[in-house]
Design a protein around this ligand. Structure first.
Ligand SMILES: Nc1ncnc2c1ncn2[C@@H]1O[C@H](COP(=O)(O)OP(=O)(O)OP(=O)(O)O)[C@@H](O)[C@H]1O
Length: 754
């Protein structure tokens, strides 16, 4: 068992605005804030001005994701590999960098967060550790307003959060928590695991509405379930790693939330409040009751807080002056967390199937022993199968040369008697001369003693074999040199062909992967939108051009293109190194044959000095092999980067499409709203209507007409389904016209409408 307090780290989000109010002291383990007294609070003011908080380490603004992974996540991943549970959770106000730290940024490969890096680290470990066989399952849970949702369910098409399967908590009599409806997906390799992460993130994005900014207002728990077993062993090691992105920790008053937001903030703050309650209770050792059950999040993370888990917290803080209060509150929370002591133990268990088989055997044995002791022996005859089995056991026992060998037929008198009777038969068959009482070795001879005819036959065979052997030996002597040459030639050729095939496989594999342009998971692909109509497509192009993410998408596309080119160049280099190795091997082979031929002809005296030409060729082969290995390693790394970039691009494109859909629906909605208003307002409209409004009216009236023409099917339904190209084209024309008008209004002199 390992007793350890929760490790706390702090990360300061980079600021571009300046005005930072913090300092990092004591070799990066103390975070200080200075809050100057406000004169508005009066002359007598006892408010503290300086605050200092101690952490295991503080990652300042310039800290890289890799550094954070190495220091914070790698030790936790190592203990998970060793069979302990682990949790890493990020806590801090909205936009302080929790998602960036746990999942990573959506723009650059180097921005990969703890989750993708940990997955990569684990799979890399699996490929290097041949002493254990591992399997990974993944679950991804979102908790929003005290309700749990499964982000990885393959059966549901999520367009709203409510479409995702609801996850509920069940508690067994031993107070273990079980999550009903949370799917566990197996991930056989890093790519499959990353696809699951992206699927969950996409589901989260799809389900979020402007009212529910998912990442801000919900908690997310990405869990890696690891199972390891030594081949042939009945013991399993099961461990879990929770990677938790909590909701923003700001207080309700500060956010100024109202309405639905207020409800959400209340829930979020409530669940964070309950988290705080649990942490306070745990840090006060005198408390016996820990209120885990008060919220879903604390129930799920029960083990991570004061239980069987190695837990680490990352406090994310903003460096800006306006956020100093929240930053101090985050650090205070972390200080309390640091007082909690967890007790992690090795999660080892016996494989249930093997355990059952073992117990069954034991029960059988005990039953037999009981029967022996109580004298209640079975009276029925042994079955033919049992007799055959006993015969086999007896043979093994007699063939065993170990004098301490045992014959174990179990506590069954019928079997014991049968074995004694078999042995007696064998002994009686033996010639009396070869058997004296106590000479047990004779027993093993009994069944193998040959008859005199057999002995003669064997002697004849022996003479014949001797003759054959002497003929073969003389032939061998004659042909020795030729055979040796032939063997060495065959050996070299074989080695060469095996290298050829292995290198071909490796480089073809990696190249195939790097040129695979569609790594989008099957599950994600089904979520791609319907085909766009021409009008909508046109609007999408305009929307895309002005979207804030378009630049990043273009950058990533360019980077991906660059990586493809680089991967192609590396692939060519790998192939060229492989061809060179093969060429050099042929040259070496030729050289060796030449030397052998010269030796046979007697032109060259046999020399111990190595041939310089051969030495040179061997050195060149070694050099090319190293080049091959290095380039191949780089190619593999690039393949992972390309796959990640492809997924990032898909995610960004997906977001763009979703933003467009939202915008399009909004435009359609605003048009819909304007129609009845304007139709009913038309008769009473005053003549003072401004010119732009009048223009807008003309467009709207045209649109109304169009709508009436299409009234056979409700316009909005058609729009929502996205299936009527004419409606889309009209909508686009309307949007364009309105945009033109708005542009013109902007150009008009200020007093034009007065
Ligand atoms: N260390 C960092 N380096 C660079 N950019 C960062 C860093 N931390 C955060 N960001 C950027 O700041 C923005 C907000 O970060 P992020 O979404 O991670 O915040 P958050 O705390 O998860 O917010 P929320 O509570 O809304 O989920 C993102 O655009 C992110 O890329």
């Amino acid at each position: 068992m390992v007793k350890q307090t929760i490790q706390i780290f702090a990360r300061v989000k980079p600021t571009t605005k300046g005005g930072a109010v913090y300092s990092v002291e004591d070799d990066g383990s103390c975070l200080g804030f200075v809050v100057p007294k406000d004169l508005a609070d009066g002359f007598i003011n006892n408010k503290r001005e300086s605050y200092k908080f101690r952490f295991q380490k503080i990652f300042d603004q310039s800290a890289k994701q890799e550094e954070l992974f190495d220091t914070v996540a790698k030790p936790v991943a190592d203990s998970v590999l060793a069979g302990y549970n682990g949790t890493i959770f990020a806590y801090g106000q909205t936009a302080s960098g929790k998602t960036f730290t746990i999942t990573g940024g959506a723009e650059r490969y180097s921005d990969r967060g703890i989750i993708p890096r940990t997955l990569s680290y684990l799979y890399q470990h699996f490929s290097q550790d041949s002493t254990m066989a591992y399997t990974i399952h993944i679950s991804y849970l979102e908790i929003y307003n005290e309700m749990g949702f499964d982000l990885l369910d393959p059966k549901h098409e999520a367009s709203r959060l409510e479409d995702l399967p609801r996850v509920t908590i069940l508690e067994d009599p031993d107070q273990n928590i079980h999550l009903k409806n949370l799917s566990l997906q197996q991930a056989g390799n890093e790519k499959e695991a990353l696809n699951l992460l992206f699927l969950g993130d996409t589901n989260r994005m799809i389900a979020e509405t402007p009212m529910n900014q998912a990442s801000t207002r919900s908690h997310c728990i990405f869990t890696i379930h690891l199972c390891g077993r030594e081949p042939g062993s009945a013991t399993l090691r099961r461990s879990k790693l929770h990677l938790v992105d909590l909701a923003g920790s700001e207080r309700v008053g500060r956010t100024g939330a109202g309405g639905q937001h207020f409800t959400e903030s209340k829930y979020i703050n409530l669940s964070l409040h309950f988290l705080e309650q649990v942490i306070i209770a745990l840090s006060e050792k005198s408390r016996s009751h820990i209120p885990y059950r008060n919220s879903m999040m604390t129930s799920v993370l029960r083990d991570s807080l004061g239980g069987n888990c190695m837990t680490t917290m990352i406090a994310t803080v903003s460096a800006e002056k306006r956020n100093v209060d929240e930053s101090i509150s985050t650090c205070r929370f972390a200080q309390r967390v640091a007082l909690i002591k967890n007790e992690a133990w090795l999660n080892e268990e016996l494989d249930p199937a093997l355990l059952i088989a073992r117990l069954k055997k034991e029960v059988q044995l005990l039953k037999g022993e009981l029967a022996m002791v109580t004298g209640e022996q079975r009276s029925e005859k042994l079955s033919p199968q049992e007799i055959q089995r006993l015969g086999e056991q007896l043979k093994v026992y007699l063939d065993d040369s170990d004098s301490e060998a045992m014959l174990d037929v179990g506590p069954d008198m019928r079997k014991i008697c049968h074995c004694f009777s078999e042995l007696k038969t064998m002994v009686c068959k033996a010639t009396p001369a070869s058997f004296t009482a106590g000479d047990t070795s004779a027993i093993t001879l009994v069944k193998d003693i040959p008859t005199p005819e057999e002995v003669k036959k064997l002697k004849d065979m022996l003479v014949q074999r001797d003759n054959e052997i002497s003929i073969l030996v003389s032939m061998l002597k004659k042909e020795k040199k030729r055979v040796q040459d032939a063997v060495s030639t065959a050996g070299n050729m074989e080695a060469q062909s095996s290298l050829q095939s292995s290198t071909a496989n490796l480089s073809d594999e990696s190249l195939k992967g790097s040129e695979d342009l569609s790594p989008l998971p099957r599950l994600l692909q089904r979520k791609k939108g319907l085909e766009l109509s021409v009008g909508r497509q046109e609007a999408f192009e305009i929307f895309k051009r002005d979207h804030k993410d378009q630049l990043t998408i273009e950058d990533n596309k360019a980077l991906l293109k660059l990586r493809y080119t680089e991967a192609k160049a590396l692939g060519e280099k790998v192939n060229s190194a492989r061809n060179k190795v093969n060429d050099l091997k042929k040259q070496l082979e030729l050289r060796r044959r030449q030397i052998a031929a010269q030796g046979v002809m007697g032109n060259l005296p046999e020399s111990e000095v190595p041939d310089p030409m051969e030495e040179k060729l061997l050195a060149q082969i070694e050099e090319e092999k190293n080049m091959y290995k290095n380039t191949f390693g780089k190619l593999k790394g690039m393949k992972t980067e390309i796959e990640h970039l492809q997924l990032l691009l898909e995610k960004q494109k997906f977001k763009l499409q979703k933003d467009f859909e939202d915008w399009w629906t909004h435009e359609a909605g605003s048009m819909q709203r304007s129609v009845p208003e304007e139709t009913s307002a038309a008769p009473t409209r005053t003549p003072t209507l401004s010119r732009p409004m009048a223009i807008r009216d003309t467009v709207s009236t045209r649109m109304i007409k169009k709508e009436h023409e299409l009234s056979a099917s409700p316009l909005l339904n058609l729009r929502e389904s996205g299936l009527h190209p004419q409606v889309d084209a009209d909508l686009l024309a309307f949007i364009k016209a309105r945009q033109n008008i708005l542009n013109k209004i902007a150009e008009l002199p200020e007093n034009f409408c007065r």
